[in-house]
Ligand binder design. Sequence first.
Ligand code: CMP
Length: 140
Amino acid sequence: MAIQRTFSIIKPDATKRSLTGAINAKLEAAGLRIIAQKRIHLTKAQAGVFYEVHKERPFYDELCEFMASGPIVVQVLEGEDAIAKNREVMGATNPEEAAEGTIRKEFALSIGENSVHGSDGEDTAKVEIAYFFSGLELVG
Ligand code: CMP
């Protein structure tokens, strides 16, 4: 498998509980290098653009509200098969369905406040990385 890049967010429920370091430790232990990272606070409108694909879902407004409720940490992760690997270490969207040892099993509070986001494919990863990072910030 080739070296890939993926996009990751540590969500407000996790930054609020000071879990950034614990989550980063799990990502790094899985072989994902954090090649770019910054802590920011989105407006609801900015969250809305990021999650535009979910616009028609009943939870869209709640999701955007939550993502703007506190600081988030946005990251670019790099490694072998990084997209699938990150999704594996995150665990299922619903923490009740997440496997033992995954980030969501250990830290997520609910399906909405589920501590982390990760890109679901190569095209999405490119778009999501470009929404938050300029080329100059991706130093490898
Ligand atoms: P994420 O991987 O960031 O992608 C979309 C997000 O929508 C998802 O994680 C959840 O946080 C959120 N989400 C998905 N389903 C629900 C739901 N039923 N209720 C509230 N939020 C949800």
